[in-house]
Ligand binder design. Structure first.
Ligand SMILES: NC(=O)CCC(=O)C(=O)O
Length: 264
């Protein structure tokens, strides 16, 4: 089991309704991360990076069953031997469009998929997208990890379920805008502290109409300390984590042993 992991979070600006431009931008950023002297073990993308919130045209723009994304990421993983938590994308299926993360290992094998369970009404998601119906997990270098998407972090029960299932880190692709930076930082930190897990959150940056996305992608450790945090600009946020810290924090304050679920 590999305990130390180097992470690269691709905090990109997304061209709304322009998958070609987004695939090209992302490829450039992936190549840059892969060429980094401290080569990352895992690369993480933001939410809905292929289309942005082009919801009124989403049916035509969505990637059918993620086939383009899967082929694109698989060949990158095979070439560079890096794990990829591929954002989320607008994924087209027969019954509608889902907001879905696909995860891949160093060989390009798909290791997990998760479709957003909680659709965000403030951005009209529920009008255009279908909701997922199960939590998302993946195995990464012998460790269990969980996946949640953006608004999902307002639902502590989901993170707790993933932690109880064994997750030691949680990936959170997002498109989280101003003016809720305080909510973003506080909720991510709370999920890390209460579940004594790493939280790896990759947000987009840039504007979409009147909405300004603030970036501030974050990596938070199981003690609630911020390991790395980006600013507002388009960037790659690098961080290194040591998964041994999860067990150390869980044995120092044994929250999971002290739970009284029969009472609440
Ligand atoms: N894309 C999203 O789910 C946005 C969630 C958000 O902004 C929030 O405040 O919650």
């Amino acid at each position: 089991m590999k305990q130390r992991l180097r992470l690269a979070l691709l905090q990109m600006d997304i061209a709304v309704g322009e998958p070609e431009a987004n695939f090209a931008k992302l490829k450039t950023m992936m190549e840059e991360a892969a060429a980094c002297e401290e080569k990352p073990d895992v690369i993480v993308f933001p939410e809905m990076w292929n289309t942005g919130y082009a919801l009124t045209e989403i049916t035509g723009l969505a990637d059918s069953y993620g086939s383009r994304t899967k082929a694109f990421v698989k060949s990158f993983c095979e070439q560079h031997r890096i794990h990829v938590v591929a954002g989320s994308i607008a994924e087209g299926r027969e019954d509608g469009v889902y907001n879905t993360i696909f995860a891949f290992d160093r060989d390009g094998n798909e290791t997990g998929a998760y479709s957003k369970i909680h659709l965000f009404r403030l951005m009209d998601e529920e009008k255009y997208l279908k909701e997922g119906d199960k939590p998302g997990t993946l195995r990464l270098e012998g460790t269990d990890a969980g996946m949640m998407i953006c608004y999902d972090i307002r639902f502590p029960e989901l993170a707790r379920k993933l932690a109880l299932g064994g997750a030691k880190l949680l990936f959170v692709p997002a498109e989280w805008p101003h003016p809720r930076l305080h909510h973003w930082r506080t909720l991510l930190t709370a999920r890390a502290i209460e579940n004594q897990m790493f939280v790896v959150a990759c947000n987009r940056t840039g504007r979409s109409g009147d909405t300004a996305f603030f970036g501030h992608s974050m990596v938070i450790d199981p003690w609630g300390e911020t390991v790395a945090e980006a600013g507002e600009e388009e960037t790659i946020l690098y961080a290194e984590i040591d998964l041994a810290l999860v067990d150390a924090v869980r044995s120092k304050i044994p929250v999971f042993e002290d739970r009284r679920p029969a009472l609440y």
